[in-house]
Write a protein that binds this ligand. Structure first.
Ligand code: KG4
Ligand code: ZN
Length: 340
């Protein structure tokens, strides 16, 4: 039975974004994010700095989310937080904050799986956009994960395949770093690729059995390719930056598109639901949209504000947990490697 009226404060702190959102059932009233610029100087997320930054940002972000939603904390009916997976120090800040607030306000606590959130974000009310129907093929593409998932129900998710090594976002970021791009490099590569030729250079696509993917081989191949060319021409990167970005992006996307196609066909799943930061990639969105035109597939791409880490995805997951009476306890622990 669906609860009639839930006002949920959701907190997401699994990596380097401190985020808070307020939802009324499936409607997002506010969705606030404080990015941590501090990591740019290091070319990647420094876990200790991330947890310290969460500590200083969490109170103002939560206050902003309540103010933007025009909701007083006394109106809240539940507190949700990301239990895992993620960086333990970062998860602990959001988890401890959520527990303290739930205790102080005497509200139910709802722990949420971050990757489930990336997929369940498609169940947020958006005018004119239908919800996916179960079962569907969920594909999570982020800085830490690359997963193909058979989603039978909100919390019945079957992992079909995953990366054997690096995640797709990690490959974008690490290859971007080799080209001297700032962290996270994914959005920069996306932008620079728009002026480049995706067929200027070619990189190997790994041939793996089943639904597994691998992104570390291309990182090595790309690094070696850059080095060989830099030895001949020290300006190779700057002279070919757009083509390098377009060709790299093309290959990274072909790797996952091939697997999506294979899984959709073999599993007989024609709704493809994409989530995670890399779902913002314009070439991936273009290719999938084209695919939907030429096949029977229905493609669900999240709005850009719900691609990278956000708390609205945690709030919507909590809403469905509440409808199934799946509440958490104060003794639940944050888990860096939380499984489905
Ligand atoms: O889901 P997310 O915000 O955090 C994790 O859970 O990891 O994903 C972050 C990842 C980063 O690797 C970032 O480079 C990538 O998403 N990303 C993109 C784009 N926007 C973000 N990658 C390619 N193209 C983009 N437009
Ligand atoms: Zn994420």
């Amino acid at each position: 039975m669906l609860p009639t009226s839930e006002y949920i404060l959701a907190i997401e702190s699994s990596c380097d974004d401190t985020a808070a959102a307020v939802l009324h059932n499936q409607t997002v009233l506010s969705n606030c994010i404080a990015n941590q610029a501090i990591h740019e100087a290091y070319g990647g997320v420094v876990p200790e700095l991330a947890s310290r930054a969460h500590q200083s940002k969490i109170v103002p972000v939560v206050q902003r989310a309540l103010a933007e939603a025009n909701i007083d904390k006394k109106q809240l009916t539940a507190i949700a937080y990301t239990q895992g997976p993620g960086l333990l120090g970062s998860l602990l800040v959001g988890g401890s904050f959520a527990k303290s607030l739930a205790l102080a306000l005497n509200l139910p606590l709802v722990p949420v799986h971050h990757m489930q959130g990336h997929l369940l974000v498609h169940f947020i009310n958006q005018e004119g956009i239908p919800f996916p129907k179960f079962p569907f093929l969920g594909v999570t593409l982020s800085g830490g994960h690359t997963q193909l998932i058979k989603v039978n129900d909100y919390f019945e998710m079957e992992l079909l395949g995953t990366t054997l090594d690096d995640a797709i976002g990690e490959a974008f970021d690490k290859c971007g770093k080799r080209m001297g791009l700032p962290y996270p490099a994914g959005p920069h590569i996306d932008r620079l690729a728009q002026e480049g030729n995706p067929h200027a250079f070619s990189f190997p696509i790994p041939k793996l059995e089943g639904y597994q993917v691998s992104y570390s081989g291309i990182k090595t191949a790309f690094t070696n390719f850059l080095q060989r060319n830099l030895n001949k021409n020290p300006n190779f990167i700057s002279e070919h930056l757009n083509d390098l970005c377009a060709s790299l992006q093309y290959t990274l996307i072909q790797i996952i598109l091939g697997k999506i196609e294979q899984a959709a066909t073999k599993e007989g799943l024609h709704q493809i639901v994409i989530g995670g930061g890399v779902a913002a990639n314009s070439e991936l969105r273009k290719q999938l949209t084209q695919k939907a035109r030429n096949t029977q597939w229905d493609i669900f791409l999240p709005p850009l504000k719900y691609t990278t880490d956000n708390a609205a995805m945690i709030g919507i997951s909590a809403y469905f947990k509440l409808t199934q009476n799946k509440k958490g306890k104060l003794s639940d622990t944050s888990n860096a490697r939380l499984k489905f």
